[in-house]
Design a protein around this ligand. Structure first.
Ligand SMILES: [Zn+2]
Length: 319
């Protein structure tokens, strides 16, 4: 079936290209891109949530970014200096194995720097990532869905699940088989792999909480514990830095301005969100928005369309 939406996006993207997007703006901007998984064999969880790029799509995406932006090292974000061109930063969230197996080698060959925001509990303990666990239970467990209904929890449940809620469910129904969830989730990075990339000048590691809870579902005490535990785990790595990326990332449902101030007070040097906007080079460097890319953005025209949306959103235009 022909997908009219994709054809329209490609046509708009093709028509915009560089000229309209770059020359139509008076000032340069910083575009921060976020990827989750890069793999030709993504897990069912990754497929269910459209979180991956294939290896060839990732190559196209990085080529397109390199052609049209100065890709800067994430540490340079704080300096805020403009080199006279639009700038880009490459980021990854969570720590899926394909990022280390497939994406980082491609970036190393092209001398492209990046930051990986890690949840260290799944990396250290062979423990499922929370959204994979909740998505698995939502998909396969009637007990879980009935339990959520009695608690009046909205969907998607991973946005509303608190540690107390999961504890109560497991206390009542027993814990779920982690191996089954891990199979559904797909391979996650381990400490050996993190250490292997730890002497690279092109890769730094940031904080994404110890486990992938939604910040808005945590008490302030739980949030500080999650941030501090993850920082402690990251401190075993030379390339760890104090940048923080919100889990899920959307303002309102996932974080608010108070959360930003709180995380900065805990020691975060910059906080990253995922609302799909570009950042003005003149604006604050402590709260930085990101544009998610996945297999859906697999041609240059679609990438131009995505950038057009991001630039328009940064000026408050939706759609
Ligand atoms: Zn995440």
């Amino acid at each position: 079936m022909i997908n009219i939406k994709i054809i329209a996006k490609k046509a708009i993207g093709h028509a915009c290209e560089k000229k309209l997007i770059f020359n139509g703006n008076n000032s340069d901007f910083l575009a921060v891109f976020v990827f989750h998984e890069v793999s030709d064999n993504p897990s069912q969880f990754i497929l269910d949530h459209c979180l991956s790029s294939s290896i060839s799509t990732f190559r196209t995406q990085i080529e397109w970014i390199s052609e049209n932006f100065d890709i800067i090292h994430p540490c340079e974000i704080l300096s805020g200096k403009s080199m006279g061109r639009n700038q880009a930063v490459i980021t990854f969230d969570d720590g899926f194995a394909g990022v280390f197996e497939n994406a980082l080698p491609i970036l190393r060959d092209q001398r492209v720097p990046s930051i990986v925001f890690l949840n260290m509990q799944p990396a250290l303990e062979r423990f499922p990532l929370l959204p994979a666990k909740i998505a698995y239970l939502s998909k396969y467990s009637t007990y879980f869905n009935d339990f959520l209904a009695t608690k009046r929890i909205s969907k998607p449940a991973f946005l509303y699940a608190s540690p107390q809620l999961i504890f109560e469910f497991e206390d009542k129904f027993g814990s779920t088989d982690n191996e089954l969830i891990l199979k559904y989730q797909g391979a996650f990075v381990d400490m050996d792999t993190l250490k292997r990339w730890d002497d690279s000048s092109l890769v730094i590691y940031g904080n994404h909480l110890f486990q992938h809870w939604n910040v808005r579902a945590l008490s302030e005490l739980d949030l500080s514990e999650q941030f501090i535990m993850n920082r402690a785990a990251l401190s075993q790595l030379d390339n760890a830095c104090d940048f923080f990326a919100f889990t899920y990332g959307q303002k309102g449902i996932c974080w608010n301005n108070r959360d930003v101030d709180f995380l900065l007070s805990l020691g975060a040097k910059a906080v990253f969100s995922s609302n799909g906007r570009t950042n003005s080079l003149a604006s604050s460097r402590t709260l930085i928005d990101r544009i998610g890319l996945s297999e859906q953005d697999n041609t240059r025209s679609l990438l131009w369309f995505r950038l057009r949306q991001a630039v328009r959103a940064s000026y408050g235009v939706v759609g």
